[in-house]
Design a protein around this ligand. Structure first.
Ligand code: AHM
Ligand code: MG
Length: 362
């Protein structure tokens, strides 16, 4: 009977977030509106990615179409779609995208206005409380990688979108400092994986939930409620081609994965080379994902704001950990929007081991 109820009583992502918001009486539904625009971007990218294999045939990404117009590459197209969807939500002040060198400051005229349609008494009360000062509803800054793992597009391997949301502190004087904040200040974080199905994993700071797109409905349905990462894991995920240049602790950890001395079985290696897919598997099956520093890239490869932070936020919310080799990843204070950092994230016990190896080096 329960299964039957699920089939007819669908928990869509919008319904889920609205339910969550209703626990906060002061909430005005702004986050729900923002999220619905993020979801729109994900659906668009999902549909484009699904058609990517046909590009050569019908002239999609990077090709010239029948009208002779140059078609945009998928990552460029995805970026445009997200930027436009986020701006049109009327709820954003600053956007930081992996695709754009500079942050986008949303034009004040596009930051939305309160629509007050109440009677005069209510208007006066509102004027003296929350509305005094500013009439803008721009409340959020969004950092995102519109299409991560783009080297995997042409061979049809899973790719994804990663995003993090900060709440604006000073909406009358918005500066870049709003996004140069530690990841622990994020209000929400998530990713959407374009794989064998399209899965959106989201945390608004009280656990992690996964939603799968039902293409026939065009809705994300709650399929993975309250995701918890296993405390230990049997899988490690890293680009071992860089091993020559690794530091001591990373080398020791991976050596132990392959040749455990305590009688345990060796771990399996899985590496897709798409952060979203590698992190998604780590979240569901347990284990560790690492993109360490190496001699050639002392800060690793992955970007703090829209790769390291959102994934670290989700890991912690699911009961795992995220570490940079020096500190808890979410404590890092970025000074540049495209800054990189080494990252070790996953099951609690695995990250604990990495932390011990780094502590022993000191
Ligand atoms: P991208 O943003 O240019 O797509 O690069 C990010 C990707 C991640 O998805 C993945 O974890 C990593 O780069 C793979 O890098 P490498 O090929 O060096 O292993
Ligand atoms: Mg990326």
């Amino acid at each position: 009977h329960e299964a039957e109820a699920h089939r007819t009583d669908l928990m869509t992502i919008t319904r889920y977030v609205l339910n969550e918001q209703s626990r906060h009486p002061e909430s005005r539904g702004d986050f729900t509106i923002l999220l619905s625009h993020i979801v729109l971007g994900c659906k668009f990218v999902c549909s484009s990615v699904n058609k990517a294999g046909l590009a050569k045939l019908i002239g999609l990404a990077g090709e010239t179409n029948v009208q002779g117009e140059e078609q945009k590459k998928l990552d460029v197209l995805s970026n445009e779609v997200f930027v436009k969807a986020l701006i049109s939500s009327g709820r954003t002040c600053i956007l930081v995208s992996e695709e754009d060198e500079e942050a986008t400051f949303v034009d004040p005229s596009l930051r939305g206005k309160y629509v007050v349609t109440f009677g005069w008494t209510l208007l006066i009360i509102l004027a003296f409380t929350e509305l005094s000062g500013s009439s803008h509803v721009c409340r959020y800054c969004v950092v995102f990688d519109p299409l991560d793992g783009s080297s995997n597009i042409d061979c049809g391997v899973s790719i994804g979108t990663i995003f993090g949301v900060y709440m604006v502190k000073d909406k009358d004087n918005v500066t870049l400092d709003e996004v140069l904040q530690p990841g622990k200040n994020m209000l929400a974080a998530g990713y959407c994986m374009y794989g064998s199905s399209c899965t959106l994993v989201l945390s608004t700071g009280s656990g992690v939930n996964g939603f799968t797109l039902d293409p026939s409905l065009g809705e994300f349905i709650l399929t993975h409620p309250d995701i918890k990462i296993p405390k230990k894991g049997k899988i490690y995920s890293v680009n071992e081609g860089n091993a020559k240049n690794w530091d001591g602790p990373t080398t020791k950890y991976v050596e132990k994965c392959k040749f455990p001395k305590d009688g345990a079985s060796p771990k399996s290696l899985r590496y897709i080379g798409s952060m979203v897919a590698d992190v998604h598997r780590t979240l569901l099956y347990g284990g560790i994902f690492l993109y360490p520093a190496d001699k050639k890239s002392p800060n690793g490869k992955l970007r703090v704001l829209y790769e390291v932070f959102p994934m670290s936020f989700l890991m912690e919310q699911a009961g795992g950990q995220a570490f940079t080799g020096k500190q808890r990843a979410l404590d890092l204070v970025p000074t540049k929007i495209h800054q990189r950092s080494p990252i070790f994230l996953g099951s609690y016990d695995e990250v604990e081991e990495i932390k011990a190896l780094y502590a022993a080096e000191k």
